[in-house]
Design a protein around this ligand. Structure first.
Ligand code: ATP
Length: 364
């Protein structure tokens, strides 16, 4: 098998800790079946403090050259521009534009063994497909503050942008087994079409695209109602497709219903590139304490292997990704090596070691 180059961008806060854990698991899961290289590159708020940029050119080139990018987290609330926005976010926004990572795939899945205060015993297994290059966040650095009295940012949507994210969502629905509640393939379009033209446009274009997929049940839901439904009837959801900022917010909510930010992975995919990170931020409150949950980044690594394994000749990586999932599931079910955020007392190191040990027992 050819060399698979992974650019690792640990970033700020707990980013380096969770990236180290994920790289250890990825190395072990692929040993003997694939040749992966891991090169580390700087980006984020600390990087800005050191070099005056949150996304240096060397890192940009490395991301463009790599087969995939694995990321920890960026952003520190005390490193900001004069307007108050965080410098570290330059990396997240720019990497999405540079690699055209238009589909942000955020699975939300309940682990039966994990006791969560919020959740009932309903099954939860849906995917949030967040548009990642348009919407409100596309206005980053383009907004205005006038005379310290009025502030504006503009929400941007294009037909091409909406069509491609909805097609991606539909493709995902066709590959999954439907909602856990009733087994139906369902795409829920989430918007605020009753108030803003841009969201009405999103809904109209989405409905047009989904006419091409008769096997998928389609429904529309307002973002506010959606927030309630994710708590009250999560089992009826399969795929949610939505605008950038709505997807960001809903995925933190969804994560909270299954155990929190520490276990929620993501894959950001474009026509050519893939970029993988836990959905959490840099969590400065726990940085350096050795208590960060590595599961979100490890599962993002599994998504990375599954995505890389879609190329001919690299199928073994899909299996390696599945093995990582199985190892994580077994550790979560066993319950004795969980970090504090999900009810245990294990350190990042102990949780990672437990997953490495379990990997040995999952057949290759
Ligand atoms: P961002 O906006 O950059 O995504 P955020 O404001 O959502 O960041 P996070 O940094 O994700 O904030 O963290 C929110 C809280 O969740 C943190 O204070 C931390 O305690 C907890 N948390 C986040 N990630 C983890 C993790 N991997 N392990 C344990 N706790 C975590």
């Amino acid at each position: 098998m050819d060399l698979v180059k992974i650019a690792v961008v640990p970033g700020d806060g707990i980013g380096p800790e969770v990236c180290d854990a994920a790289v250890a698991v990825l190395r072990q899961a692929t040993a003997g079946v694939a040749d992966l290289s891991f090169e580390h590159y700087e980006a984020g708020a600390e990087c800005f403090r050191r070099h005056g940029t949150a996304f240096p050119e060397t890192t940009q080139r490395a991301c463009l050259d790599a087969d995939a990018v694995l990321h920890g987290a960026v952003g520190l609330s005390d490193i900001t521009y004069p307007d108050g926005t965080e410098v570290g976010q330059d990396f997240s926004m720019k990497v999405r534009a540079l690699l055209d990572l238009y589909a942000n795939i955020r699975p939300v899945r309940r682990y039966p063994g994990l006791a969560i205060r919020l959740a009932s015993d309903r099954p939860i297994d849906y995917v949030i497909v967040r548009e990642n290059t348009e919407g409100f966040y596309a206005a980053r650095a383009g907004g205005n503050v006038v005379r310290d009295r009025v502030a504006t940012d503009t929400l941007v949507m294009t037909r091409d942008g909406v069509e491609r994210i909805v097609r991606h969502a539909a493709g995902l629905a066709m590959r999954r087994g439907g909602a856990p509640g009733d087994g139906k393939r369902r795409v829920t379009i989430v918007d605020k079409a009753n108030v803003l033209r841009s969201y009405a446009f999103f809904r109209k274009v989405a409905l047009e695209v989904l006419e091409d997929y008769p096997g998928i049940e389609v429904e529309c839901m307002m973002i506010d109602a959606m927030a309630a439904h994710l708590i009250q009837t999560p089992e009826r959801f399969d795929i949610l497709v939505t605008e950038n900022i709505f997807g960001d917010i809903l995925s933190d909510l969804g994560a909270a219903t299954v155990g929190g930010l520490g276990i929620a992975p993501s894959a950001e995919i474009g026509p050519k590139y893939g970029y993988f990170q836990g959905i959490h931020g840099s969590a400065p409150d726990i940085t350096g304490k050795g208590t960060a949950n590595p599961i979100a980044t490890i599962l993002s690594g599994a998504m990375m292997l599954e995505w890389l394994g879609e190329r001919p000749g690299r199928e073994a990586l899909v299996k390696a990704g599945h093995r990582i999932r199985q190892a994580v599931e077994t550790v979560v079910d066993a319950g004795d090596n969980l970090t504090r955020d999900i009810g245990g007392s294990a350190t990042t190191r102990q949780a990672t070691d437990a997953m490495l040990a379990r990997l040995d027992t999952v057949p290759a």
